[in-house]
Design a protein around this ligand. Structure first.
Ligand code: PLP
Length: 393
């Protein structure tokens, strides 16, 4: 069965070109860049090039790039590394809609005596910057706010936030895992102090990422060990994946335009098509400020998990905004924070596209999804109640 893949915010296919770049570093160029011999040394050259390739995409200096084992490590390192560098400050500000790689770290910090402020969002998933301004004080060590939300695609006004936070003398970190390769960045012109990215969201393998730390930023290493990454992250470098991430970043820079034109247009066609074909469908998140590849839709009065299973039987991959834990289908923390009503949150599905999606993929889902929703609504008691109530006026 052919796979129609609409789950690129979960992970992406490794680009063939990236795979080719990685291959030699397993069996041919397998030296350790810390070795004294030339065989190892030549591998160090590839790390330097990868650092430049990543820096090229981010618009920063190569020395500001630290390779990590992925987005989760970068987020942990950013928060723990800044807190360790400013030990006299005990407050952290974040948002209620962060990825667990940030939120769980912040909640753990509360157990260690930190004050953690989680900013709320409105029904469109937007932050209130006045609330952030009010919370910034002399005790605030770091503010960590995601660039764009992985579930809804809502993009926060990060440059404005970075200006606001840093002008108060507070360090600012952003989780840009869903943004890099989708929105142009120029960190040399930005007040962002630290930024996380993850390789597997931009067609590099899983298990490789980057933490950008602006030159001069107070930061203590999170993984302590050898002298690698100038002592900022110990551990023998994952050369194959570093090479792959470098290549992926170079390719992402070339594909930025396509992400914002062709991919955006496919996403819009999908969204419009589903809204036209399926009644009682809502778009989750701010339509004015969204990633070009993402749409989160709520099909009212049906369960997201059932939709996903039926799509999966047809080879269509998407994801839902609820997590099946201990038998109860709880809407995600993001949809709950937005106050999406129960009947909509339960039927939410995220479609996230990439440059590998085609018009045929969109046609296929526009043909297949409406009858699935109709069938599920036929057996939904909530839908029956809704139809009855609306016919009674
Ligand atoms: N942050 C965001 C916004 C994400 O979407 C993800 C992954 O889904 C992560 C962090 C974690 O990245 P990784 O899977 O590389 O650890």
């Amino acid at each position: 069965m052919a796979i129609i893949y609409f789950d690129n915010n979960a992970t992406t296919k490794v680009a063939e070109e990236v795979l080719e770049e990685i291959r030699p570093y397993f069996c041919k160029l397998y030296g350790n860049p810390s070795s004294m011999h030339t065989f190892g040394g030549q591998v160090g050259v590839r790390i330097r090039r990868a650092r430049e390739q990543v820096a090229g995409l981010l618009g920063c200096g190569p020395s500001e790039i630290i390779f990590t084992a992925g987005g989760t490590e970068s987020d942990n390192a950013a928060i723990m590394g800044t807190l360790a560098a400013v030990p006299n400050k005990r407050k952290v500000i974040t948002t209620r809609v962060e990825h667990p790689a940030v939120l769980a770290v912040c909640r753990e910090l509360e157990n260690h005596g930190y004050t953690v402020v989680e900013l709320g969002v409105d029904k469109l998933g937007r932050l209130d910057l006045a609330e952030l301004q009010e919370q910034l004080d002399d005790d605030t060590a770091v503010v960590t706010i995601m660039y764009a939300n992985n579930e809804t695609g809502v993009v926060f006004p990060i440059e404005k936030i970075a200006d606001m936070v840093t002008s108060r003398g507070v360090l600012f970190h952003t989780d840009a895992v869903q943004v890099v390769g989708k929105i142009p960045l120029n960190l040399s012109k930005s007040n962002i102090d630290l930024l996380s990215l993850s390789g597997h969201k931009l067609h590099a393998p899983k298990g490789i990422g980057v933490l950008y730390v602006r030159r001069g930023t107070k930061f203590s290493p999170f993984l302590i060990g050898g002298h690698q990454e100038k002592g900022r992250r110990g551990g023998t470098e994952n050369i194959p994946y570093i090479a792959g991430l470098g290549k992926a970043c170079e390719m992402a820079a070339l594909h930025l335009e396509e992400e914002n034109t062709r991919v955006r247009s496919l996403r819009d066609t999908l969204e419009q098509g589903l809204l036209e074909r399926i009644p009682q469908t809502l778009v989750n998140g701010d339509p004015e400020s969204r990633l070009p590849n993402t749409v989160s839709l709520s099909f009212e009065y049906v369960e997201g998990e059932s939709i996903l299973l039926m799509l999966s039987n047809l080879g269509i991959c998407a994801s839902s905004g609820s997590a099946c834990t201990s038998g109860s289908l709880e809407p995600s923390h993001v949809l709950r924070a937005m106050g999406i009503p129960f009947t909509a949150a339960h039927g939410s599905i995220r479609f996230s596209l990439s440059i590998y999606n085609t018009e045929e993929d969109i046609d296929y889902i526009l043909e297949q999804l409406p009858p699935i929703i109709e069938r599920l609504r036929d057996i939904s008691p909530f839908w029956k109640d809704y139809v009855k109530a609306s016919s009674q006026g």
